[in-house]
Ligand binder design. Structure first.
Ligand code: NAD
Length: 268
């Protein structure tokens, strides 16, 4: 009975938010992913101090109100890791995470945010702390819609997405989902953060790929109004815009055209 009462008290104390709690073994996962990335995936980064990175990540949010995150909280972590993607190799995505990641897995010289160190470390993880505690909250964390938008996970992704976009150069690509009604969504991280942080002095073209799920009826395409919206925003920013639907008649690329994300992964 005593144990039962304790358990109840324990969880009721912590279930204050509507989102999933911190990922179990968060610290260990961060450290392991950091070593894996810096030693094996991108050995040019082998001198990065993963213990320091883990500590700076933890210090960004521990003992703080989980609904009062700011960019400044992450500055020490950002100082330890600067994004380094070569020109013409940046790939953005929106509602196409899996496809975009398959694409960069095949075209190994291309990078999504999750192919860079910080994106790789944090992908699919959840984290938050609490004021007056040195512990992470594994029971619940603020939900970005139901609790607060300035939670530590959302602020982290907005910040690393902004830096990723600011550092892009040359031709950049975005993989968009043609099986939903708005392939481009101004409210998505891509539409709200990344598009507006491309530097027109460095980025000359945005190449959009609108990809439909195989066997599903296309709901949006390069000629639809959401892509037109994107085209308008990009051209206003003095960046050239091109768009390709994932159609291909199965012949060789006589014109030297780049294969689309889908074409890179499937033969016709
Ligand atoms: P999307 O709508 O497919 O969202 C991607 C993921 O982020 C989803 O799991 C979504 O639930 C979550 N998300 C979106 N906005 C959020 C917010 N404010 N707070 C918490 N979670 C949020 O696509 P998107 O919003 O355009 O984001 C994708 C683009 O932004 C990519 O180009 C990538 O560089 C970057 N990004 C990556 C992640 C990630 O989880 N790896 C998250 C956000 C942004």
């Amino acid at each position: 009975v005593v144990v039962g009462v304790r358990m109840w008290r324990h969880s009721s104390e912590h279930m204050k938010w509507n989102g999933t709690g911190s990922t179990a073994h968060f610290q260990e996962i961060v450290l392991e992913r950091c070593y894996n990335y810096t030693q094996l995936v991108q050995p040019e980064l082998r001198d990065r101090d993963c213990q320091k990175i883990r500590e700076a990540f933890r210090n960004a949010f521990i003992s703080k109100d989980p609904c009062s995150a700011t960019e400044e909280d992450y500055h020490p972590l950002m100082k330890l890791v600067n994004p380094t993607v070569p020109c013409d190799k940046t790939v953005f995505w929106s509602k196409t995470k899996e496809l975009a990641h398959q694409y960069t897995k095949v075209q190994r010289e291309l990078f999504t945010l999750e192919d860079t160190l910080l994106g790789y470390i944090a992908d699919d993880l959840n984290w938050c702390g609490d004021t007056g505690s040195y512990e992470m909250n594994y029971q619940s964390c603020p939900h970005w819609k139901k609790d607060c938008s300035n939670n530590f996970v959302s602020v982290f992704w907005d910040l690393v997405s902004k830096r990723f976009a600011e550092n892009a150069c040359g031709v950049v690509q975005v993989v968009l989902n043609g099986s939903i009604s708005n392939a481009f969504d101004r409210k998505s991280t891509f539409g709200r953060v990344e598009v507006h942080n491309l530097n027109p002095m460095k980025v000359h073209t945005l190449q959009a790929w609108v990809i439909h799920d195989l066997g599903k009826f296309p709901s949006d395409s390069c000629s639809g109004s959401s892509i037109n919206d994107l085209k308008w925003i990009i051209m206003q920013r003095n960046i050239k815009f091109t768009c390709q639907d994932n159609y291909r008649d199965c012949g060789p690329f006589a014109d030297g055209r780049q294969p689309s994300p889908r074409e890179s992964m499937t033969s016709c």
